[in-house]
Structure formats: structure tokens, C-alpha cells
Design a protein around this ligand. Structure first.
Ligand code: NAD
Ligand code: 3PG
Length: 526
């Protein structure tokens, strides 16, 4: 397998990858988009930081790519949607650089407060300007943090050590959680009006883009300091420039920019702006952490099939995967049966996990069901990574519920599907520990092994019909290896479920369907 490392990765990570016998590792940094597009088709894995832009164009050319692995956090340089559609796993290393980045934000707060970069320049140019660089204490000042995730929380903790009063806005974390760690949870407007320092630690999303804009700056205290060590564009650069010129913002510390490297950015001409070239994660410790983590994750995935820290696939540990494997098989087969017996466009899938399975990680099972359902329609391109995207594109609503007490089975997975034309339900369990069985189709209870060539026939319950079906199949040299018969009371019909040694060709199905009393003939291939 070929691995391309296209950004600067600490040597320890590269070494780790190189030690894997199955891997051939190339390190090629500074590639242009055209150069990367030209070579990417040869690679199974791509390891990046923030410099490589993994656009749709690159993904389209990546015929063999199985994983894009980011040594670091932000994935705004990766078209995750395009990768998902091609079944490429996208993963990051969310923990390795958080302390380092939080420390950078704290360093920025202190550097701003005491004009350390400006004073350094001054003294190096031979001046001694004690009066010009009068600073400000951070003690007792209000620090407003927007985004209280992994980094925001560490910033809060360190700032409390400096005896700052920390207030925070994060609409996705309950105020009880924040307040239990001694942080006052506030509304955004409240944060804007009360803070002496405002630091952003959110991801870049449509909602956070420009969260600090002209309207927000108008609400701020005069003399506020603004820090951005998250992503360029969360703070609107033009509006920040105007707010500094208007005297609202006393200074800003920027590690990230809307365009990187910045080109003719007027903020960099302002004396009260201090800046670093996206150095938030740049310490030996953090780079070592993310390089080792990314190498381990790529090895785990490509060599052992274990997915960790993927943003577009359920994280499955090898051991958990082994435990889930029979359930994954059962789920996929049941999904496939449902699609093959149900006409119309799938609108809603309701899944119930009952018994022991309810205590397991069910998301992979749900993906497996959807994969089983969509494969008969879309073919082999459906996989774990793209299946949620494909389901979403088709407007399929998926609901999951769990129930711990099972009635007749230790484990039961029930799936109800509603399409534009009809509704059907199947349920499955195990015979022994691992043998998947379908135990229900709508109200009909059965025990059918989920493999081979299956035939589902609805007929009016009259003597001789079953015999006639057997005769018809025999005439075409099709051997029946299993048969289950039951009644579907609400349809006033019999249901016959049989397995044959060979597939039932279309013309034989037509012949069966033409028989008196036979209403529906559905072939299922598993
Ligand atoms: N400068 C650097 O080198 C560097 C290094 C690492 C991470 N980062 C960036 O730092 C940022 C934070 O990383 P993290 O690991 O802490 O992420 P995280 O996912 O752990 O936390 C982000 C937090 O933002 C919150 N959030 C989302 N939308 C919000 C909104 N509209 N308003 C307020 N809060 C909102 C989320 O609820 C979450 O708690 C990311 O943008 C990441 O890319 C930069
Ligand atoms: O999201 C991240 O992890 C940081 O922005 C670090 O980016 P870098 O790996 O390019 O330094």
C-alpha cells in the first residue's frame, strides 16, 4: 500500500509509517494542486496538516485512496462530503495539540496586554520607550471565551490560574456543565458587552463565520482585546480593522487568517495587531503527539481495519468490531431483504434493537442496515463511509430505538420501512450464537437462513397451490432446499418462503405469477 505524506509531519510519525512492511511511504511537501492531482491516484493513504488542500478535484482523481488523515484538528482544508461520497475515510487527531494551542492563546493574551512584540521591535531598533509601552494586568479582568470545546476549556482553566474572571458562550454545552467547572455561561451579547478580552475557539462553520462582525464589535467595551487562534474568518477581518481604527478594539492577536499566508492584509499594518503564522499547534510536543497519533490511526485502519477519530464513519475498535461482526452481517442482510421485497422509493426506516444488542454500539449496525438497503439499488459503491451521505441525499429518514427486554429472542433487530408505495417489516436474530436468521416478515413468523437464492410468494390459501409451485420449479430443474409456510391474517393470504439451489430466472417467476391464486412472487438474492 502506498502512503503519501504531503505536509510537514514530525519524523517520528514518518518513521512509524515506514516501519510497516506493507507500506511504501513517500514524503512530498509543497506540491501544487496540479502536481498532487497528477500523483494521487497511486496512493491508498494521504497524510496531511493544514497546507494541503484536499479538494473535490483531488478526490475525483484519487482512484485508490482509502483514507485522508489529518495530523491536527481542523479539516476545513478537506472536502469531507466529496471524500465520503467516494467512501474515503477522513480522520483527524483531535487531542494531540489542544494544550499547545490553548497555551498559544494565553501567550497571545499576555503578549497583547504587555505589548511584548512591539516592545521587542522597539528595543531592537535601539530605542528605550518605557512610557510608550504601558501595559495592562490580566488579574481580575473578564475573559470571554466563544466555544468551550477541548481548547476553550483548557484556555478557561489556565486563565483562571491567572485569576481572570472567565465567562463563556457555547450554545451546544449546557450551562450546568460549564458552571460546574466554575465558568459563568452567558449569552453571546452578554459576553460581548462584558469582556475585557474575547477569544474564539469554535470550528469554522456557517454559523461561526463572522461571529465577530461589525454588529458584534459595536456591542463591545471600549478597549477590548480580541484573540483568534481558531480559524481565520471567525473574526471578520475588515470589521476588526474598522473596530481598531474606531478605538473600540485596543489590540488584536491573530494566529489564523481568512487567506493563509495573508496577502496585503491591512490588519498587519496596524501597530496594535500582533500576529503569528498559524503557529497555534507548533510545538515539538504537539507535533510529536499528532504525528504519532496520525501514524497509529493510519496503520490501525489500513492494516487492521480499526477506524478511530474518523469524522465520516463510526469509530470502531478492532475488538468491538469482532463482537459486532455477526450483528453487522445480520443487519446488512435484513436491509437487503427489505429493499428486495419492497416497491417504491424509501422514505423512512425505523430500526428497533431489542435485547443484548441494545447495549452495544448501534450506529455501525444502522449503517450496515442502510448499506444492505442501498446496495441492491446502487451497487457496490455503497460502503460504511458514504452510506449516511447517500441516505441523506435520498431524503431517507432514519430513526433508531433500543429496548433491553427481549421476548422470544435474546437479541432481535426489527426494521420497518415505509416507501412511496408500501410498508414492510422484517426482523432477525441468531440461531445459536452467530448464525443469522430472519424470524419475521410483517406478521409472518419464520426461521430462514439469510443466504442464497430465496423466493417469497404470497398466495390465496387453497389446496394444491404449494404442490403446483413445487411442480413448476421442478419442471425447470430448480431444487427447493428449504420451505416455510404461514398465514398473513391481515392480508388473507398464505406466505411461502423458500430457498432454491439455483436462482429462479425471470420467466419462471412469470410462470409462477400466472398460476391461479398466486398474487406476488419476489426473488431475493443474498
Ligand atoms: N491555531 C491553530 O494552530 C489551531 C490548532 C488546533 C485547533 N485549532 C482550531 O481551534 C478551534 C477549536 O478546536 P477544538 O479542538 O477546541 O474544537 P472542539 O470541537 O473541541 O470545540 C469547539 C467548540 O465550539 C462550540 N461551538 C460550535 N459552534 C458554536 C457557536 N456558533 N458559538 C459558540 N460555540 C460554538 C462547540 O460546541 C464546541 O464546544 C477549531 O477551529 C480548530 O480548527 C487551531
Ligand atoms: O487545526 C489544527 O490542528 C491547527 O490549525 C494546526 O494546523 P497545522 O497542523 O497546519 O499547524
Amino acid at each position: 500500500m502506498k502512503i503519501l505524506v504531503s505536509d510537514n509531519l514530525a519524523e517520528s510519525g514518518v518513521e512509524k509509517l515506514r516501519k510497516v512492511q506493507q507500506f511504501e511511504v513517500d514524503v512530498k511537501t509543497g506540491l501544487t494542486p496540479d502536481e498532487l492531482r497528477g500523483i494521487i491516484k497511486d496512493y491508498d493513504g494521504l497524510v496531511i496538516r493544514s497546507a494541503t488542500k484536499v479538494t473535490r478535484d483531488i478526490i475525483d482523481a484519487a482512484d485508490n485512496l482509502k483514507v485522508v488523515a489529518r495530523a491536527g484538528i481542523g479539516l476545513d482544508n478537506v472536502d469531507v462530503e466529496a471524500a465520503s461520497k467516494r467512501g474515503i475515510v477522513v480522520m483527524n487527531t483531535p487531542e494531540g495539540n489542544i494544550v499547545t494551542t490553548a497555551e498559544h492563546a494565553i501567550a497571545m493574551i499576555l503578549a497583547l496586554s504587555r505589548s511584548i512584540p512591539q516592545a521587542t521591535n522597539s528595543i531592537k531598533s535601539g530605542k528605550w520607550e518605557k512610557k510608550r509601552f504601558m501595559g495592562r494586568e490580566v488579574f481580575n479582568k473578564v475573559l470571554g471565551i466563544i466555544g468551550m470545546g477541548r481548547i476553550g476549556r483548557i484556555v478557561a482553566d489556565r486563565a483562571k490560574g491567572l485569576k481572570m474572571n472567565v465567562i463563556a458562550f457555547d450554545p451546544y454545552i449546557s450551562s450546568e456543565v460549564l458552571e460546574s467547572s466554575g465558568i459563568e455561561a452567558v449569552a453571546l451579547d452578554d459576553l460581548l458587552t462584558r469582556s475585557d478580552y474575547i477569544t474564539v475557539h469554535t470550528p469554522m462553520t456557517p454559523e461561526t463565520r463572522d461571529i465577530l462582525n461589525a454588529k458584534a464589535f459595536k456591542k463591545m467595551k471600549e478597549g477590548v482585546f480580541v484573540i483568534n487562534c481558531a480559524r481565520g474568518g471567525i473574526v471578520n477581518e475588515q470589521d476588526l480593522h474598522d473596530a481598531i481604527r474606531a478605538g473600540i478594539v485596543a489590540g488584536a492577536a491573530l494566529d489564523v487568517f481568512a487567506q493563509e499566508p495573508p496577502k496585503d492584509n491591512p490588519l498587519l499594518a496596524l501597530d496594535s495587531v500582533i500576529a503569528t503564522p498559524h503557529l497555534g499547534a507548533s510545538t515539538d510536543e504537539a507535533q510529536e503527539n499528532v504525528a504519532i497519533a496520525v501514524a497509529d490511526q493510519v496503520i490501525d485502519f489500513l492494516v487492521r481495519g480499526t477506524i478511530r477519530n474518523a469524522v465520516n464513519a463510526p469509530n470502531i475498535d478492532g475488538a468491538v468490531l469482532a463482537r459486532l461482526r455477526p450483528y453487522l452481517k445480520l443487519s446488512e442482510k435484513l436491509g437487503s431483504v427489505l429493499t428486495q421485497i419492497t416497491r417504491g422509493a424509501i422514505q423512512k426506516v425505523s430500526i428497533e434493537y431489542i435485547g443484548e444488542v441494545a447495549s452495544m454500539e448501534t450506529q455501525p449496525l444502522t449503517y450496515s442496515i442502510l448499506k444492505g438497503m442501498l446496495t441492491p439499488i446502487m451497487g457496490d459503491m455503497v460502503n460504511f463511509v458514504n452510506v449516511p451521505v447517500l441516505a441523506r441525499e435520498r431524503n431517507i429518514k432514519v430513526t433508531e430505538s433500543v429496548r433491553s427486554e427481549a421476548e422470544d429472542f435474546t437479541n432481535l433487530i426489527g426494521i420497518h420501512v415505509k416507501t412511496s408505495e408500501e410498508e414492510n417489516l422484517v426482523a432477525g436474530s441468531f440461531f445459536g450464537k452467530k448464525d443469522p436468521r430472519m424470524v419475521r416478515i410483517n406478521d409472518f413468523r419464520l426461521e430462514a437462513a439469510l443466504e442464497g437464492h430465496l423466493l417469497l410468494i404470497y398466495n390465496i390459501d387453497t389446496p394444491g397451490t404449494i404442490g403446483a409451485i413445487g411442480t413448476c420449479l421442478g419442471k425447470h430443474h430448480i431444487n427447493i432446499s428449504m420451505m416455510d409456510v404461514g398465514q398473513v391474517l391481515e392480508r388473507g393470504q398464505n406466505i411461502i418462503f423458500l430457498r432454491t439451489d439455483t436462482p429462479v430466472p425471470g420467466h419462471v417467476k412469470e410462470e409462477l405469477l400466472a398460476m391461479d391464486n398466486v398474487n406476488v412472487v419476489q426473488a431475493i438474492e443474498l
